[in-house]
Design a protein around this ligand. Structure first.
Ligand SMILES: Nc1ncnc2c1ncn2[C@@H]1O[C@H](COP(=O)(O)OP(=O)(O)O)[C@@H](O)[C@H]1O
Ligand SMILES: [Mg+2]
Length: 245
């Protein structure tokens, strides 16, 4: 078997008395879109933060392309090829959309010309030409999400971590995002995506994993996972599962 692109091996995070993630293991294969779901507070963002180096796991290891990246800083991990979007997007307000995207490019190069041309490619790819010169703070909420994605793409990731990029989107915006994510995967980028909107997860994911109170409770194809009684229990409670059984 070929080695996975990312291997998360028994990672944990405790905040005071709150064990947010408990010895959780999973992997992302090359070329795969892996969906990560789970109720609010399940530890999804915390897991992302441990992969991207914003938090260090209390236990275990995080291995990317066969090399441990645990304990490395976010900037270093980004340079290794892991890009991410944030659940709350915070663009640099005094920069234009194009300039915000260029900021991501400095992870790959110090050559301004190369960075500018990569930013233009990303602007095109995201279909953001019309807003490229606008101040990032004047964007609609959805365009801010796309900008967030653009900054990550400018770092030329091999693995992209996306945290709730469809939150608050209209149905047509959600469809646009689904198409964008597929287009990104088609360029050879592997994707780990956290999303609450179920049809987005079902439509995009090759495989889905489920976190509940920091534990991994399911791992399988999207249809198997959403019909798993443990997963329904985590989302809807014991009573719902009994009634619908
Ligand atoms: N920086 C932090 N300090 C203290 N507690 C935190 C911190 N970040 C997350 N938590 C707690 O950890 C748990 C998991 O949170 P999070 O990873 O954000 O969940 P999710 O993204 O699945 O909604 C929650 O109980 C949350 O309150
Ligand atoms: Mg979260």
């Amino acid at each position: 078997m070929t080695q996975p692109l990312l291997k998360v091996d028994r990672i944990s995070k405790r905040f005071g008395g709150n064990q947010a993630v408990k010895e959780t293991s999973f992997h992302v294969n090359k070329g795969e879109i892996l969906g990560l779901i789970g109720p609010n507070g399940a530890g999804k963002t915390t897991a992302f933060n441990m992969i991207a180096g914003y938090l260090e796991s209390d236990t275990g290891d995080v291995v990317f392309e066969g090399v441990s990246i645990k304990g490395r800083k976010p900037w270093d991990i980004c340079k290794a090829g892991i890009g991410r979007t944030f659940q709350l997007s915070k663009p640099f307000g005094d920069l234009s959309v194009r300039e915000n995207i260029m900021v991501g490019g400095f992870a790959r190069s110090a050559d301004r010309k190369r960075i500018a041309s990569r930013a233009d490619e990303v602007v095109d790819f995201l279909d953001m030409k019309d807003v490229a010169e606008m101040d990032a703070l004047d964007l609609t909420a959805f365009d801010r999400r796309k900008l967030e994605l653009g900054r990550a793409l400018a770092t030329e990731p091999k693995l992209l971590l996306m945290d709730e990029v469809v939150a608050g989107a209209t149905p047509s915006e959600a469809t646009e995002m689904v198409e964008l994510v597929k287009k990104i995967r088609d360029t050879g980028v592997s994707i780990l995506i956290v999303e609450h909107v179920m049809h987005v997860i079902m439509n995009l994911s090759d495989r889905v994993i489920v976190l509940d109170f920091g534990n991994l409770i399911a791992d399988g194809n999207p249809h198997e996972v959403v019909n798993d009684p443990d997963v329904m229990k985590a989302y809807f409670g014991e009573k719902y599962v009994q009634q619908s059984a």
